[in-house]
Design a protein around this ligand. Structure first.
Ligand code: GDP
Ligand code: IMO
Ligand code: MG
Length: 427
């Protein structure tokens, strides 16, 4: 019953889409367990490039059943536009399963996300504006709308009314916006009900039965460890649990079932939105990483903030996720630097600190302590095995592995499926 969790070890955009797609041909189910269409996962197959937001990347692998678990938040309008975009490109999406317990991102959740961010001004989180935070807030406040609610108009109406009760007071009296009418929201949501019906399933049962039958299940994380609501750089985080435990709650699978936890780790660091980032660069090196790495957001088109590799964060990701492996991505982007700085520890108020501080104040004061590793100039995009890499690139990988606390079992040397060096098998 192999059950693998594949998740972001940094601040998202590590290359989870590519890694999931690489395994897609050998797994039976690919499951999203948290987040929603704030994610942007790029998959490159031959000369075709796909950007997936809500759908699991396994949807591109024939033979694989894509699942949207109970922990995901679903915007139905995005779902259907993503599905039809794939259908137009000849992708069969008919196997998709969606949990009846998944929460729905309603139009008012999107509105609330945007107005609160605007109101925060300089203190904003820099959210993707997709309604993610307000939808999870409604879930926790027990005024959320679930997929199954679309099949009982009377219950749906009562729930939308309850959800809008306080929100309309807030929108009109505080944010100076127009109130949102219950019947308009109910009408829009009911319009999706029949189109959604063929996909709705008891995904907890389906996945547990699949594991009992020795099927291979891959849990595809959105976002990353440092964006986790509990373990990330709060409050500059997303509103769900991308960390490994999130796969259990977000899919209804017990922790004893998980056999492997793979952290996707970029060979340098990026972040989108606000919040602390100790190794961030504001010079031409940062600009070069952005240009060579194509570091522009798949969802919002924002430039990603770029910086050197941070081993403190990698160690932290190993710990909070119980990582068994790393998949190191974008090593090819570092080709051409004579020396590559790697952050091995922080200096916080004059003291050297080896582990991520739990205090927000300390983390804001953290200055990177760098070790310089020798670079390489050879093109590595064609490398098929570890020994094909130049000696200094091999040494860079080995140094990162040593510092990060889990074996690097695969290395990305380009965006394509085949541009991967597999060191240890994941299955
Ligand atoms: P995700 O959100 O974790 O799936 O990552 P994104 O798709 O947002 O961003 C990763 C970007 O890096 C995408 O454009 C990928 O096509 C690309 N990519 C992934 N792995 C590699 C790699 O090893 N080398 C290079 N050059 N690009 C990669
Ligand atoms: P993938 O899956 C990078 C960031 C946003 C913002 C914060 C909160 O492609 O790695 P939200 O809209 O979730 O409330 O925004 O989280 N963020 C991401 N950053 N990659 C992502 O997804 C992200 N999803 C959200 O930029 O800082
Ligand atoms: Mg992304």
């Amino acid at each position: 019953m192999p059950a693998l969790v594949l998740l972001g070890a940094q601040w998202g955009d590590e290359g989870k889409g590519k890694a999931t797609d690489l395994l897609g041909g050998s797994v039976d189910y690919v499951v999203r367990y948290q987040g929603g269409n704030n994610a942007g996962h790029t998959v490159v197959v031959g000369d075709q490039k796909y950007a997936l937001h809500l759908l699991p990347s396994g949807i591109l692998s024939p033979g694989c059943t894509p699942v949207i678990g109970n922990g995901v938040v679903v915007d139905p309008s995005v779902l259907f536009s993503e599905l039809s975009g794939l259908n137009e490109r000849g992708v069969d999406t008919s196997k998709l399963l969606i949990s009846g317990n998944a929460h729905i991102i309603t139009p008012y959740n999107v509105t609330v996300d945007k107005v609160t961010e605007r109101f925060l001004g300089k203190r904003k989180i820099g959210t993707t504006g997709r309604g993610i935070g307000p939808t999870y807030a409604d879930k926790i406040n027990r005024v959320g709308i679930r997929v199954q609610d679309l099949y009982d108009e009377s219950i749906l109406t009562q729930k939308v009314e309850a959800a809008l009760d306080v929100k309309n007071q807030m929108l009109t009296k505080f944010y100076n916006r127009r109130a949102i009418a219950t019947d308009q929201v109910v009408g829009e949501l009911l319009g999706y009900a029949e189109k959604l019906r063929p996909y709705v399933a008891d995904t907890v049962l389906v996945l547990n039965q699949a594991l009992e039958q020795d099927k291979v299940v891959l849990f595809e994380g959105g976002q990353g460890t440092l964006l986790d609501i509990d373990h990330g750089t709060y409050p500059f985080v997303t509103s769900s649990n991308p960390t490994a435990g999130g796969a259990c709650t977000g899919a209804g699978v017990g922790p004893t079932k998980i056999t492997r936890v793979i952290g996707i780790l970029k060979a340098y660091t990026t972040r989108v939105g606000a919040g602390p980032f100790p190794t961030e660069l504001f010079d031409e090196d940062g600009e070069a990483l952005r240009r060579i790495g194509g570091e522009r957001g798949v969802t919002t088109g924002r430039d990603r903030r770029c910086g050197w590799f941070d081993a403190v964060i990698a160690r932290y990701a190993t710990r909070v996720n119980g990582l068994t492996d790393f998949f190191l991505t974008k090593l090819d982007v570092l080709t051409g630097w004579e020396q590559i700085p790697v952050c091995v520890a922080y200096e916080i108020d004059g003291k050297r600190v080896e582990e991520l501080p739990y205090s927000q104040t300390d983390f804001h004061h953290a200055k990177p302590v760098y070790e310089m590793l020798p670079g390489w100039s050879e093109d590595i995009t064609g490398a098929k095995s570890f020994s094909d890499l130049p000696k200094n690139a091999q040494a860079y990988v080995k140094a990162l592995e040593e510092m990060s606390g889990a074996p690097i079992s695969a290395i990305g040397v380009g965006p394509g499926r085949e541009e991967t060096i597999q060191i240890n098998s994941f299955l």
